[in-house]
Ligand binder design. Structure first.
Ligand SMILES: O=C(O)[C@H](O)[C@@H](O)[C@H](O)[C@H](O)COP(=O)(O)O
Length: 254
């Protein structure tokens, strides 16, 4: 199947929800349905996870509802969009708390692709390269993204070398959001995903959301540059959508 160019990627779809809990609930329901659908086609879903508070809330819902769903959790491949380069077990890590939440689902260890931790014996550049090798040419069926108040996605920060770095997986230094050392997928990898789903909640995200959805440049607002090949969904709560112009907001559904 040929993939459309990013330039011809479909327009983002905005889905409005009352609050963060409603965004988390909607994400969990939508993800369970999509994963089951992909497995129904005889494929192993490739799912890329994001860190962040709203995503963590959504994973909690997923863990609650996922056990009684049609999804075969032993046949789901999990990846991460970014990770903080700190020792395993550090409170700052993105992956471990998520895996703890998802433990009841019985994921297959060999299908869980965590980015290396800082105590794994390699430096930051080698760790990013190792993840690039592990990832190979994988294209995600669904790539989840949070959005920072400054417009960052994964660990691609505005007006920072990370927002215009080349390659598929990069080492990020001097991140404006602590901790400073990180590993991140680039937009090249994110944008090869069939579907990209943003999860955004809170008033502090309203300005970045409005900029991203109104064609800001990806160096100034990395979130503006992230698109799925077939679908880009923005799951927003009222507060995050509060600065959208009326013509955009009215396309959203409550
Ligand atoms: O490692 C990170 O810091 C995250 O991956 C980051 O990209 C996050 O997704 C956004 O900052 C949104 O996070 P919140 O939902 O907590 O605001």
């Amino acid at each position: 199947m040929t993939q459309p160019d990013v330039d011809s990627a479909p327009a983002p779809e905005i889905l409005l929800h009352a609050d963060a809990d409603a965004v988390a609930e909607a994400l969990a329901a939508r993800l369970l349905a999509r994963l089951a659908e992909i497995q129904g086609e005889g494929r192993v879903p490739q799912l890329c996870l994001t860190g962040g508070r709203i995503a963590t809330k959504a994973y909690g819902r997923l863990a609650e509802e996922g056990r009684s769903s049609a999804v075969d959790w032993g046949r789901v491949e999990l990846w991460w969009g970014d990770e903080r380069f700190v020792p395993a077990g550090d409170d700052d890590r993105n992956a471990e708390p998520v895996l703890e939440l998802l433990r009841p689902l019985g994921l297959a260890a060999e299908r869980v692709h965590v980015m290396p931790a800082a105590d794994a014996g390699t430096d930051l550049d080698d760790a990013a390269d190792a993840y690039a090798r592990e990832l190979g040419g994988t294209r995600f069926d669904v790539c989840l993204l949070g959005l920072g108040p400054d417009g960052h996605v994964a660990s691609l920060f505005p007006e920072h070398p990370s927002s215009h770095a080349e390659g598929r997986v990069i080492a990020v230094r001097n991140s404006p959001k602590p901790p400073p050392d990180r590993i991140s997928l680039t937009l090249e990898v994110v944008n090869a995903s069939a579907e990209v789903w943003f999860l955004v909640s809170g008033e502090d995200k309203a300005a970045a959301t409005a900029l991203a959805l109104q064609g800001a440049g990806p160096v100034q607002v990395p979130g503006a540059g992230a698109h799925g090949q077939h679908r880009t969904l923005w799951l927003l709560d009222r507060a995050a959508a509060s600065e959208l112009p009326p013509d955009l907001a009215q396309h959203g559904r409550f």
